[in-house]
Every structure is written in structure tokens, then in C-alpha cells.
Design a binder for this molecule. Structure first.
Ligand code: UDX
Length: 431
């Protein structure tokens, strides 16, 4: 059992803190937002992440929350850095929050090890090392321990990972970080700090590439009559390729892929390397949501004055996260073409910024699609399987359904009276 301070009570910090407590460690999570710390102290979980609330409640005696860095570090031997690293104007990751945590660590009385969980550019570990040395903390070890957890399954991913990656220059530090994960049944991969930093970015870039690749194939399927779902099923059966991340759709969103792919490209550019493959991935992904709007516009013969419903707003189901959600691009494009936009989502928070201040939210799908000329499935919420689609087709002005996630069956939807468009599959029309 170790005494751990976790800096940052966001998606990564809370999951890390709760899971480390579950593994038996004593954890203090520190955040700078008073509302967040107050809520956590009241037993409320400020983000939606399945299983997290139970884990926090079940480990209450080993888990504390504070605004005060000194309090978090009073007895801590290990500090986990779990703050966000948003993109800066240049595309490089903005590390200001990381540096402010490093500053907070000065003088921590019992600290032996700093563990970086935030996704940081390659070379950050070296710079933190220099900063620690300069602050008189040469005795404090440093490790990079990137996370590979996906939102919606983060607790499960943390406790059942494919591997635990530990990048450290010092064998003792690596062994300590591995020990902190005792109880988790997964291989520990010990690598250099730079390799751990790079592995995280490479993994995300390859996953983003896989998604983008199948989206490109989907466009060719549309033009040639092949069905991307069938193609992906065949391709994915090849054990060298695997079935994952071959789901065609509206492009990847979320807090990681868009940011990390751009950050990796920026790192390469800073070294004078162009990285054309990743550049193409970013470009194709940026087009994907726009292509959906163009296809709806072409089917309707224009969007001015047309009413369009967005079904699902969050970047994926099972989360309330709107970061880099394709829905924002689609809503903004529809509005700028002169369409009227309504929306339904079971979990997205109330949104007041542009374009959402011009979008009317409805509590149920039928209300959202009533009198619409098109409905676009943007997020594959399972609730959409239970919609009475026959009724939906009836209440719409034009029964056009664009399924941006290939969630529904084309023949069924045509049977309900829809003109049903999807990604990489032939448009199905009522006979
Ligand atoms: C991702 C990585 O999976 C995780 O390892 C990393 O730590 C953070 O980034 P997350 O952003 O939570 O996790 O979501 P994920 O489920 O991976 O989906 C990312 C995006 O890709 C979503 O917008 C999703 O809709 C899209 N996607 C995913 C596809 O379009 N097709 C697929 O086949 C898979």
C-alpha cells in the first residue's frame, strides 16, 4: 500500500485515483476547481463514467479530495500528473497545467516518484527531470505511465488493460510504478521515458488511421456498390488486421484522437518531418462530417428553410462528452446553409454556445423529428434501436433518414417508409 497524490480530477484523474484506491492505495485527488472538489466531497461524481461512482463510494475510506496541493502532498510518496494538455494555437500540446503541477511539487516532504499520466509530447519527461533537479528534487524519480482507457469503459480498461506501460530511466522507479498496479493481471512493458511518451501517441494515431481508412473505403463503397459493413467484417477476420476500429461513420471525435493526432504532427513538424500519412488522416477526418451534410443537401435538393433533426450529440454513446463531437460541425454546417435544426440526445449537457444556441433540443426522438425534412443519426445511442421508426417516418415532412453510424438495417428502414442513407452502403428507398 502506498500513499498517492493524484493531480487533476478530470476523466483520467478520477478514474486513476479511484482505481488506485481500489487496488488498496491511499489516494488524495487534488483539483483546482472548487465546485468539482465540493461535489466529490458530497459524494457526487461530476462526470459520467460507468462504474466510477460505485468505485469512489466503495473506496471512500482510502480516497480524499482537496483543493490544497500541500495537503495532497503532506504524506504522498507518489504523485500522478493527470491534468489535461489541450491543443495550443500552434497545434502543440499546451503543457501549462503540467508545469503548474510540477511547480506545486516543490518541497513535498515524502515524495519519491512523479508519474506522468497526461498525454505529453516526446521529450517532456526530460524537461520535467531538469525542472525537478533545478528545484532541488534530484532524489525524486520520474516515470511516464500513459493510459489507454476509452471513455465509457475507462474503469474496466484501467483494471483490465492490454498492458501497463512504464517508461523510466531508473530501474527502481520502474519497479515501484509496476508495484502500484499489483492486483491487475496484465503484462508490464518497461521502456524508456521517450518510448512510453511516443507509444501513447503512436497508438492513438494508428487507431485514428484505422478509422479513417475504413471511412475512405466507405466512400469508395458508396461509389461502386460494395457494402462497407460486409467489407469491414471480411477485412477484420484477418488476424493480422483485427476487427476493431473498422466501423465507418462520421469520423473520430472526442478529447484524444483529434488532439493527439495534431500534437504528433506538430512534434514531427518541429523536427522538420512532414508526416504525410497522419496529415491525410486528419484531413480526411475533418471532411467526414461535412460529407454527410453534402449528401443530405444533395438528396433534398438544398437545405435553405429545411428542418433537420440531429439524433445524438455526444462524440460517442455512453458519455456526456461533447469535445470534438461531429455533431457540432454538422449543426454549424446545416445552420450556415439556412436549415432549421432540432436535436435529441439522452445525456449531452445543456448547451448554450454557438451553434447550440440556435438548435432546439427535444426530450424524445419523435418530437425532434416531427415536421423535419431529414433526420441524421450522429451518435449510435442504443435507445435509437427502440424508436418506433414507422411512426417517425409518418411525423416527418420528408421521410429521409441519414444514419451516420450504420446503426439500423437499410431494408427495415425502407420498409418503414424512409429514404435511408448511411455510410458506405447503398441508399435504401421505399419500393
Ligand atoms: C480513445 C482511445 O480509444 C483511448 O485508448 C485513448 O486513451 C483516448 O482516446 P475515446 O476518445 O474515449 O478513447 O473513444 P473511442 O471509443 O476510442 O472512440 C474515439 C472516436 O472514434 C469516437 O468518435 C468514435 O465514434 C470513433 N470511432 C471509433 C469510429 O468512428 N469508428 C471506430 O471503429 C471506432
Amino acid at each position: 500500500m502506498h500513499d498517492i497524490a493524484v493531480f487533476g480530477a478530470g476523466y483520467i484523474g478520477l478514474v486513476t485515483g479511484a482505481c488506485l484506491a481500489q487496488l488498496g492505495h491511499r489516494v488524495t485527488v487534488r483539483d483546482i476547481r472548487p465546485d468539482r472538489v465540493d461535489a466529490l466531497r458530497r459524494g457526487e461524481v461530476p462526470i459520467h463514467e460507468p462504474g466510477l461512482g460505485d468505485l469512489i463510494a466503495g473506496n471512500a475510506e482510502r480516497l480524499r479530495f482537496t483543493l490544497d496541493a500541500e495537503e495532497a502532498l503532506r504524506t504522498a510518496e507518489v504523485a500522478f500528473v493527470c491534468v489535461d494538455t489541450p491543443p495550443s494555437a500552434s497545434g502543440d500540446a499546451d503543457l501549462s497545467r503540467v508545469w503548474s503541477v510540477v511547480e506545486d511539487l516543490r518541497g513535498a516532504p515524502r515524495l519519491t516518484t512523479v508519474v506522468m499520466k497526461s498525454t505529453v509530447p516526446v521529450g517532456t519527461g526530460d524537461r520535467v527531470r531538469v525542472a525537478l533537479d533545478a528545484a532541488g528534487m534530484g532524489h525524486v524519480g520520474y516515470a511516464s505511465n500513459p493510459e489507454f482507457t476509452a471513455e465509457g469503459t475507462a474503469v474496466r480498461d484501467f483494471l483490465n488493460p492490454d498492458r501497463i506501460v512504464v517508461g523510466a530511466a531508473d530501474q527502481e522507479v520502474a519497479a515501484l510504478v509496476a508495484r502500484l498496479h499489483r492486483g491487475i493481471d496484465a503484462p508490464v512493458q518497461e521502456v524508456s521515458v521517450a518510448s512510453a511518451e511516443m507509444a501513447k501517441m503512436a497508438a492513438n494515431a494508428l487507431l485514428a488511421t484505422k478509422i479513417t481508412f475504413i471511412n475512405e473505403i466507405a466512400a469508395v463503397c458508396e461509389a461502386t456498390g460494395a457494402d462497407v459493413e460486409e467489407v469491414a467484417a471480411v477485412v477484420g477476420r484477418d488476424h493480422r488486421l483485427g476487427p476493431h476500429f473498422l466501423k465507418a461513420g462520421l469520423g473520430y471525435g472526442g478529447s484524444c484522437f483529434p488532439k493527439d493526432s495534431r500534437a504528433l504532427r506538430a512534434i514531427a513538424s518541429n523536427c522538420g518531418l512532414p508526416l504525410p500519412l497522419l496529415g491525410a488522416v486528419i484531413e480526411v477526418n475533418d471532411l467526414q462530417a461535412r460529407r454527410a451534410v453534402a449528401r443530405v443537401r444533395s438528396e433534398l435538393g438544398g437545405l435553405r428553410g429545411r428542418q433537420v433533426a440531429l439524433l445524438g450529440l455526444t462524440f460517442k454513446p455512453g458519455t456526456d462528452d461533447m469535445r470534438q463531437a461531429p455533431s457540432a460541425v454538422i449543426a454549424a454546417r446545416l445552420l450556415s446553409e439556412g436549415a432549421v435544426v432540432t436535436a435529441w440526445d439522452p445525456m449531452a449537457p445543456e448547451l448554450t454556445d454557438t451553434p447550440w444556441n440556435q438548435v432546439e433540443r427535444k426530450d424524445d426522438v419523435l418530437a425532434a423529428v416531427a415536421d423535419c425534412d431529414a433526420a441524421v443519426i450522429v451518435t449510435e445511442w442504443p435507445e435509437l434501436h427502440d424508436v418506433d421508426w414507422g411512426k417517425a417516418a409518418e411525423v416527418m415532412s420528408t421521410p429521409l433518414l441519414f444514419d451516420g453510424r450504420n446503426l439500423l438495417d437499410p431494408a427495415d428502414q425502407a420498409g418503414h417508409g424512409f429514404t435511408y442513407m448511411s455510410v458506405g452502403r447503398a441508399t435504401a428507398r421505399q419500393c
